[in-house]
Structures are given as structure tokens and as C-alpha cells.
Write a protein that binds this ligand. Sequence first.
Ligand code: PMP
Length: 426
Amino acid sequence: MIYQRSSALFAEAKKYIPGGVNSPVRAFKAVGGDPIFVKKAKGAYLYDEDGNKLIDYIASWGPLILGHAHEPVINAVVEKAQNGTSFGMPTEIETELAKLAISMVPNMDKIRFVNSGTEACMSAVRLARGFTGKDKIIKFAGCYHGHSDSFLIQAGSGAVTFGSPNSPGVTQGTAKDTLLADYNDLAGVKALVQANKGELAAIIIEPIAGNMGCIVPADDFMKGLRELCTQEGILLIFDEVMTGFRLAKGGAQEVLNIKADIVTYGKVIGGGLPVGAFAARTEIMDFLAPDGPVYQAGTLSGNPLAMSAGLAMLTELNNNPEVFKSLADKAEYLHKGISEVLINKKVAHQINRYGSMISVHFTDEAVVDFASSAKGNNETFKKYFHGMLERGVYLPPSAFESYFLNDALSYEDLDATINALKEIEL
Ligand code: PMP
């Protein structure tokens, strides 16, 4: 495939935008080469500026669970836009989306909308601090909760891809309140809690991690975290920006059967427009301004176009929950197909999967935390990534990212993907 025009557009973008992109992982730094510039997309396919058609496995990094330019979502946005795009005043649709979202997830009474997953996680932690009167939080190495200061401590995703899991610009003062634990290591968390007894506001976690590849929590780990938080009066924050409305109606809380104290959302809840949200029981949410003392706000929060996209998306998922099973079946098919090819090629690998999230790691060790994820062979990953791209398959351009399947993918697309892999020398 030819990517000439994309390369020319990238060269031009670099003159005016740092690194040519508005979010680092788009720049292909981890895999080399120039990024693909998209012209349009429909269903499971991207159409780039060179006229190539690509099978898409990132779906805008998760939001487009039903495929690109999904008609009910597009129609809702177009119709809404005719009446104006922003008012900075309350609108009925905010309550409609809030009501629906709360009805789909367990254990949440109220929800506040923001504009990104970053804002959702940042606000959730502030709320937890305000509610508990404590300062410290625990996060897990390799988990990513957006780019606000408190979270850029051993962060996953793009932060680790670019070698800055602890970003310059985050002050020592901020960093000292974020304590770090290893995913799936309950004993380590208990030791940290013991050493900081009475000082912890929250433990924040990706309940099924997606930013160091896909990592599933061990059974006892998540149950143990819940018990520990309850015992110690620490709020458990589930960052469901990736998993929310993707794994099931009720997200990871439902599939793991564990209730968090605060949950953050992003991606699917906005149907492809910029939306984040955080939710909790009334007692906690009433701590937020204007009723409570914890300040949080946004000029464009609850934006009508964004709300209409989210409402159309969640309405479809709520009415057709079989879509979650359909997605998981497709992911399983892809998992088996890729695994078979890699076994035939005698390439050491691990495939991690939960529902429609999946990641391929080129290592022979089980990938259960950040350290084991980082052992993946990046040279093999690069060959894999570019080999697939040459054959019209768009995968996440970093080994630390999960694929997000969308339900517009057909079994023919999955077969084409598996067949493309057969042709690649790794
Ligand atoms: N939390 C998780 C689990 C994420 O995966 C992401 C983004 N990939 C974020 C938070 C931040 O969301 P946003 O990029 O919308 O700020």
C-alpha cells in the first residue's frame, strides 16, 4: 500500500503542531514510520488520504464500539446541531443520558459529565480527597488514567511508549501523594496501606487493564482490594474509561461482580464525541459543587452534541445487549486465529483478552503486570505492526495498547486479518 500523501501531510503538520499530532501515540514513534492520515471511516473500515482502505482495530481507541459513522449516532448529532452547538446552560438531554447511564451500571446514583477521561479521573480523585479528607492515592504501574499531574507516575499507554511514565513538569509535591503498586500484587498494596495508614483517600485502578496491553486481574486480587478499601475507609475508584459500556452494560463492575465507590467513564459513553463522566452514590456525589465544597466545572461539559451522540450510543447498547457477546465471540475468533498462526511460525507470544479487548505480546512469559508486559520484544512487534499495515490492517501502534473490536467487523474481516499475519515474516 502507498502512504505518500499521509507522509506529506505529516511533514506539513509537524511544522505547526508539536510532533505533528495532538496526542502522542498517534505519531508512530514506537513503531517507526509516518502515521496514516484518515480521510473518512465507515463501519469497520478507515479510508486514508492515499485512498487505502484499512480494517480498523482501534475504533478511535475504543469509543466506536458499533463501528465508524454509525447511523443512529450520526443522525442524532446532525439533528441536534441544527438547534445550536453549545449553550452553557442546562439542557434536558443531559438528564436523559445521566438517567440511562445510571440505569445501566450497578451501584451508582448520580453522574457528572466532563469532556475527557482525563478530566473524569482527575475530578474523581479530587472528590475522593474532599470526601475522605485524606491526600494520598495508590495507583498501579502501567495503568493510565489520563494526563493530569497525579497520574503521570509510572503511567502506561502513550506515557510509557514515549519513555516518560513520570513526566517532567509534575512537581515533587504532587508526585509524593501518588503511591505506586504492582497490578495483581495484593500483598504489595496491603504493605503500602499499612505504611500509610489513615492517609489514603483512594485506590484507583483499571479494573481490567488496557494500557499495558490487556491485563485481567486475578480473582483474589480485585476481591482483596475491595475488602481492604472497605476495612480501611479508602475509596475504590474503578477507571472504566475503556471498559465502561464495552464489556457489558454495567462494565467491569458487572463482569467482575465488584462494586466500586467511584467509577470514571469516557470513550463509549460519548459515542465518538468528547465525553467523560464520573459517578458514585449520592452521599459522595453531593460533595461536588454546587451542592458541596469540592469544585469541578466545564464550559462545554454536557455539550448537547456530545450528549446526543452518547445517548444514541447507550440507547443502542441498552436495547441490544447481545452486542457484547457478539463482540466477545469475534475477539475469541481473532485470538484463536492469531494464536494458531504464531504457533505455526514458532514465534513466542502471549495473547491476553477480556471481552472485546485483546493484546498480543511477543514474550514467552505470562503478562500479568507492567514488568511482564514490558518484556515483550518490540522489534518483533514492529515487524508485526508494519506487516499488517502493509496488508491493510490497522492495529494500535504500540505494544502497550489493547485492540478495541467494533461490532461492524465481519468474520471475513477477521479472516483477512489472520491471513495477512500468515504472510508476514516475524
Ligand atoms: N483512563 C483510561 C483507562 C484510559 O484508557 C484513558 C485514555 N486512553 C484515559 C483514562 C484518559 O482519557 P482521555 O484520553 O479521554 O483523556
